[in-house]
Design a binder for this molecule. Structure first.
Ligand SMILES: [Zn+2]
Length: 410
């Protein structure tokens, strides 16, 4: 006999005494079934209830084939006359969020004819998925409607109907109910009727506040299934979020030296300034690149068949060194041995004109990689490595260059 779900009769019942019908160990978890339960399983857009069974914490609750399984820390000591205690603060918050969801989904349907396909209430921020997008202004309108109905304190009640009785409710339902032996409908007085097995507050005004935060298109490209997700908060969660946002605006306005009301204009100003400076920084980078190339060409010296340039360019990683090497090679056929220093360590680049295969650079670099344990490699014409940060690796690079230079020069 599956547990009697007391919350269907009274969602405000926080404590009761009942019997354990079984304790089952399964995959390292201890599961308890009960004669009667206060605990709602996760599902239908609501998280599992929390609480205790004879003082033992309930970690999770799930529904399997019509039975409620309570995952507990350990098996309670006795089987009969155990005390169930619900974590009421948690449950009541969930009830407010979930009832707020009914109101918001109903308001969206009434005003815009848009159906909610899925609701989720397991995280701090609630979500509903709509079958098509709404503008920010439309969402504000639906939010206003939902809050107005909420404030009227309309009655919310759940009741069971048999499949053969469903005909009379068919036209009032917000969404077709899933077929079941016994269907539970939840009604918000003269406003909404929906098939739902969740817990709800008795009167809409207990929700307190419904606030849409934002929405975005989350359509699945693969299945081409349209989906528009709305994120919202209700009750104390909405107030908490409001408080945090006010504090965040205050911190930002202090940081940017303006009043909170002027924040948007100030950020726009800063963004425009950033765009200007970015463009200028790009121009200056190009100028510096030209100067670096000229400096390197000035340091070139003849070595065997090629011109050799060996230089240290602090502040450049392998990418930066490669850009300079390519610019130099465009001007003159030479072999470059460059070191730089990036965030991750000492950068090393060896480069020579494509088609010149006198020195197989990728092969030669292997000796340095073996000595320093660094990663890198390349082709006969270009090779790069990032050596670990520190003096030792930098000295190894210098020794490697010395040997290479002696060989080439001789
Ligand atoms: Zn519900």
């Amino acid at each position: 006999m599956a547990a009697i779900r007391l919350y269907y009769e009274d969602a405000y019942l926080t404590e009761t005494v009942t019997d354990i019908t079984a304790c089952i160990e399964e995959e390292g978890r201890m599961l308890v079934t009960l004669k009667e339960s206060l605990f709602h399983a996760q599902g239908g857009g609501q998280p599992a209830d929390r609480g205790t069974i004879d003082g033992v914490p309930v970690l999770d609750v799930f529904d399997r084939e019509g039975e409620l399984y309570h995952v507990v820390e350990r098996a309670p000591e006795k089987r009969e006359g155990v005390v169930l205690k619900l974590d009421w603060d948690y449950r009541y918050d969930v009830m407010r969020q979930h009832t707020g969801q009914h109101l918001l989904s109903a308001a969206i349907l009434h005003r815009f004819g848009v159906t909610t396909t899925i609701s989720r209430g397991e995280d701090f921020v609630n979500q509903i998925d709509l079958e098509r997008p709404l503008s920010d202004e439309q969402l504000r309108e639906a939010e206003r409607d939902a809050n107005a109905v909420m404030a009227e304190g309309r009655k919310v009640r759940g009741f069971f109907v048999k499949p053969e009785e469903m005909e009379q409710y068919k036209d009032q339902l917000r969404k077709a109910a899933r077929p079941h032996d016994l269907i539970r409908l939840v009604e918000i007085e003269d406003y909404d009727l929906m098939g739902c097995g969740g817990n709800h507050v008795r009167s809409t005004d207990e929700v307190g506040l419904i606030r849409v935060l934002y929405a975005k298109d989350v359509s699945d490209q693969k299945t081409a299934r349209g989906c528009f997700r709305v994120y919202f908060l209700c009750g104390d969660r909405a107030l908490q979020d409001y408080g945090e946002k006010v504090a965040s605006f205050r911190r930002l306005s202090l940081l940017l030296g303006c009043d909170p009301d002027a924040l948007e204009g100030r950020v726009e100003q800063l963004h425009a300034a950033y765009e200007r400076l970015s463009a200028r920084a790009k121009e200056m980078e190009a100028e510096l690149e030209g100067l670096a190339v000229a400096r390197l060409l000035g340091e070139a010296r003849e070595a065997g068949e090629l011109t050799l340039i060996r230089a240290a360019l602090p502040g450049r990683d392998t990418k930066g060194l490669k850009a300079v090497a390519e610019a130099v090679i465009k001007e003159r056929r030479c072999l470059l041995l460059l070191t730089g220093s990036g965030e991750n360590g000492t950068a090393v680049v060896l480069a020579q004109p494509k088609g010149y295969s006198g020195h197989k650079l990728g092969e030669r670099l292997k000796a340095l990689l073996a000595e320093t344990g660094a990663k890198g490699g390349g082709s006969p014409f270009f090779a790069q490595a990032t050596l670990p940060a520190g003096e030792e690796a930098a000295r190894a690079a210098e020794r490697f260059f010395d040997a290479l230079e002696a060989e080439i020069g001789g």
